[in-house]
Design a protein around this ligand. Structure first.
Ligand SMILES: [Zn+2]
Length: 335
């Protein structure tokens, strides 16, 4: 066999491909094969068998079987060569997203180290009510003093070109997050983006030009029977610090389809929306819209009212206690 094809098949197991395309095994056979519904024909009784060790499949319903390339031929109705080209492309995409996650992890670690060397950043965190170093550590909060990120990352072997395409450095080679407090956004423990809050005169919010992922820290929040949704990560940070660990954020008021699906994933969940109480009522209107939308799909929603002009962060900075916020939750508006 062509060594190139052998390499492709080794680096792209059949089972990975199937799982990535939403195939769900429902049991294991006596011969340790995974069994599920066949993606190739209208199957009602699981008849699709996958041997993960040998990288082969066989369907007892439609009689089709073979390796990954054969599966793609049948699945996408394409000839052999197109099937191989498709797999090569998918493999390259996986490699580049793994590479980017690794790069973002390195950048985040660098920023985290800088935080403790930057009194101006620590003062900023204090001004936003964040004092608990365990929370700061847990959220992986860092600081970009500017200037030295590129040198650090190129010394680790990353090309300036890659740093530019990721958006970490600008066209003049400067740190794009210069003078920003950094909070990494994670998805399944992998960093997918970095949020940077300006501590100077620059536009307050900045994300890298890539997906911000699902809801913030959803892994740790999703199992709670009640969830608090806030706009910003500093709202989230002070709420976590005050014991409301069931708080998540969509980084704004406009939820992506992925984030909406996450909120709808459990019918028993009670959702509190605690958006900003803006003078122009933007936050309140977004909260109402979102609440109506979620109510339609069966989520129980309450809208939290804070004193005028406040968001959860400023409310705590102004001296509110956990008991005050709990009272706001208790008095939240039902829909
Ligand atoms: Zn079949």
């Amino acid at each position: 066999m062509d060594p190139d094809l052998e390499h492709l098949k080794q680096h792209f197991p059949l089972l990975d491909y199937l799982l990535r395309h939403n195939w769900t095994p429902c049991r294991r056979s006596a011969r340790q094969e995974l069994v599920g519904l066949c993606p190739l024909h209208r199957d009602t009784r699981p008849s699709f068998y996958v041997n993960a060790c040998r990288n082969l499949f066989y369907c007892h319903g439609c009689g089709q079987g073979g390796d990954l390339i054969r599966f793609v031929e049948l699945f996408l109705h394409v000839p052999f060569r197109q099937s191989v080209a498709h797999l090569r492309q998918e493999l390259a995409l996986t490699a580049s997203s793994v590479g980017a996650a690794e790069l973002l992890t390195r950048a985040a670690a660098f920023y985290q180290l800088q935080l403790h060397r930057s009194p101006e950043a620590v003062r900023y965190l204090e001004s936003r009510g964040l004092r608990d170093f365990a929370i700061i550590e847990e959220l992986g909060i860092g600081y970009a003093p500017g200037g030295n990120l590129r040198r650090h990352l190129t010394s680790l072997g990353y090309s300036s070109e890659l740093l530019r395409t990721t958006g970490l450095i600008g066209s003049e080679g400067r740190d794009a997050f210069c003078r920003r407090v950094i909070i990494p956004c994670r998805e399944d423990d992998r960093i997918v983006n970095l949020y940077g809050r300006s501590i100077g005169a620059a536009f307050p919010h900045r994300l890298l030009p890539r997906s911000r992922g699902g809801l913030f820290a959803w892994q740790s929040v999703r199992h709670n029977c009640s969830v608090i949704l806030v706009e910003g990560l500093f709202d989230l940070a002070v709420l976590w610090q005050s014991g409301f660990r069931n708080t998540t954020s969509a980084l704004g008021t406009h939820l992506t389809p992925v984030q909406l699906n996450q909120l709808c994933s459990s019918p028993d969940r009670l959702l509190y929306i605690a958006f900003d109480q803006d003078e122009n009522r933007a936050g309140q209107q977004s909260a109402q819209q979102l609440a109506r939308r979620l109510k339609c799909v069966g989520v129980t929603v309450r809208i939290v009212r804070l004193p005028a002009g406040h968001d959860p962060n400023s409310y705590f900075v102004a001296g509110a206690t956990a008991a005050d916020f709990a009272a706001c939750l208790k008095g939240a508006q039902r829909l």
